[in-house]
Design a protein around this ligand. Sequence first.
Ligand code: PXP
Length: 248
Amino acid sequence: MTFRLRLGVNIDHVATIRNARGGEHPDPVRAAEVVASVGGDGITAHLREDRRHIRDKDLVRIQAATALPLNLEMAATDEMVEIALRHRPQAACIVPERREERTTEGGLDAAGQHNRLAPIVSRLGDAGIRVSLFIAPEVRQLDAALRLGAPVVEFHTGEYAHAEGEERAVELKRLADMAALAAKNGIEPHAGHGLTYDNVQPVAAIPQLAELNIGHYLIGEAIFIGLEASVRRMRELMDAARPSTSSG
Ligand code: PXP
């Protein structure tokens, strides 16, 4: 059975533009409101260690402004765990974080960091926060997520998005196989990173995927066509890739 694929919109880069001038405009909260008004299913925000885009007070304001679930992307640090426990987002996606990187460049090494991640996954889970691990679509990482008891994994689609031709087909198959394996093992698979109007549909067509999280492209496109239109277009493309669910 196919079900409606949720769209979580990552609004970090509205805050990136705001912070470039140090004022209040453009406000990521307004972006969250627009996403809610056009049928987005969730707001995704990454509170980075260096606060380069989203800031602590944005989290409170986003949660107050919309009823949409907040998916907090966070590094596996004590500071971020305390923040998540304070703000109680609906979901927390644990991502690797290196200060020098421009964006989240690879998946979390869930396999190599079991001991670090285990108490974090259980503390967040005990607080009622749905924990997701942002991992590469690899059996080893999925096995590690299973051992950690994570209810959700988000597969990093960066390799797929950057690949071309034959290689893209290989990456797509990897995503499809891993989504099926996750679902078979009771883990809800999500996907995200580098998705655009041009590459989203084959991913959206993977039937086990429950959610896509998309940011940079949607915010970039909003410069030209507005955020409402940019989110609507992505929604249409996702629905068209799952025709049986297009009525929502
Ligand atoms: N999902 C996760 C876990 C992310 O860290 C990001 C941002 O890197 C995204 C989704 C969205 O990626 P993009 O901004 O490339 O659409």
